[in-house]
Ligand binder design. Sequence first.
Ligand code: TRP
Length: 462
Amino acid sequence: MQDTWLQDTQLGKKPREGFSSSVGVIAATLGSAVGLGNIWKFPYVTGQNGGAAFILIYLIAALLISAPIMLSELMIGRKTHANAVGAFKTLAKHEPWFLVGVSGVISSFLIMAFYSCVAGWVFSYVFKAVAGTIESTSPQQTFAVFQTLVNGVGEPLFWQLFVLAFTGTIIMAGVSKGIERVTKALMPILFVLLLIVDIRSLTLPGASQGLKFLFQPDFSKISISVILAALGLAFFKLSVGMGTMTTYGSYMGENENLPKTVLTVMLSDTLVSIMAGIAIFPAVYAFGFKPDAGPSLLFITIPTVFSSMPFGRFFMILFFILVAVAATGAILSLLEVPVAYIVEEYKISRRMATLGTIMAIALVGSTATLSTTLLSQMHIFGKNFFDLYDFVTSNILLPLGGIFFAIFVGWRWGFEDMFEVFSNHGRLKNEGLARIYFILVKFFAPVAIALVLLTGLGFIQF
Ligand code: TRP
C-alpha cells in the first residue's frame, strides 16, 4: 500500500500538515511526554508506593513495555498519516480495530478532565508566587494555601477554564505553528530550572534521607498494587496507550528515525522525573512533610524549598511558569487526539473541533475539580470523580489500549510490514533491534500487561 501522504500530493491535494524538522519532532514528542506526569504525579505516586523499589519497577515497565508500545503507535501513525481512529481504518478496513482509536479518544477526555484541573492549580501558583502568598518555610502555611485553593469553587474552576482556553488557542494555530513552535522554545529552559532547584534541594539539611528514599530500594514495599501503579505510570508518563503517539507519528516524515526518537524521549523523560524527585524528596524530610501526601505533594514542598533560598521568589515564579509550560505541551498532545479525529473523520474545521472539544472537557472536568467540594458525596467504586478518572485511565484504559497496539503490530501487521516502517524502507540498518522489539510487542508486553492488570484488579489471584 502506498503512503496516503504521497497519494495526496500526487493527486494535487494539499498535503496534510506535519512537523517541519527532526528537532521539532523530538520537541513535540518530548513535550507530550514531559508534563505533570513527571513533575507532579511521579513524585507523589513514588511517595505513596514506598520510593526506590517502585522506581525500579517503573523503569523496567517503561523500557520493556511502554517504550515498545510507543514505537508501535508512532509507526502506525506514520504509516497511515491519519488520526488514531483513521489509522486503524486504513490499515485494517472493515475490522473492529478502529475501536482502539475510539477508546483512545474517550481516554483523552477522561485524562483531560483531571489534568486540566491540576494544570489550573499550577497556573494559579504562578500568580500566587508573584503575589508572594506561597512564600513560606512553614509546612502548615504552604499546606493551608493549597487547601484553600482546592476547597474553593470559583477559583479552581476559573483556572481550569483558563487552561482550556489557553491551550485551545494554541491548538487552533495548528501543528507546526502551534505545537511545534511552543514546545521547542521552552523545553530546554525547564531542564535548566530543575537543575537549579535540585542544587538547592541537595544542599538542604537532611537531604540524604530524601535521596535514600529515592535511590535505596526496600523490596518489602512491593505488592501487586504497587506494580500496577508502576505500569500505569509508565503509560501515563510516556503518553502511551491512547493514540497520542499515533497522532504525533502521523505528523512525522519518512526520514525520522522512529526507534531513536523513542529512546531519546524515554531517556529524557526519565531524567526529568528523577530530577523532579530530587527537587522534592530532600525537602520532604528537611521540612517535615510526609512522602505519601498525595496530589498536594508538589504544591506544598516546592514553595518551602524556594522560600529557603536567596532570590527564592524569583525562582519560584520561574519554576511554576515552566511547570505550566510542561503541562501545556502535554495538554496539546492530549487535545490533538480528539481534534485530529473530529477534523479528519467528520470534515469539521479545526477551529470548531477544538472549541467543541474544550467545551466538552470543561463539562467533564468540572466534576473532577468539584470532587472534593460540591460533589464530595459522590463516589463511584469508592472513589471521587478526580480519583476515578485518574485510576480508570492510568490503571485500566491505557494499559488495555497498550495491549491492543502491541497485538496489532505483533499479530495483525506482522514483521515484514512492520519492518518497512521501522527501517524507513530498509534505509536504516536496524534489523537486530527490530527483532528484539518485535518479540517484546508480540509476546512479552501483552502477556505482562494482562497479568498485571488482571491480578492488580483482583480478577486472578496467585
Ligand atoms: N505524558 C504526559 C505527562 O507526563 C501526559 C500525557 C500527554 C498523556 N498525553 C498523554 C498521558 C496521552 C496519557 C496518554 O504529563
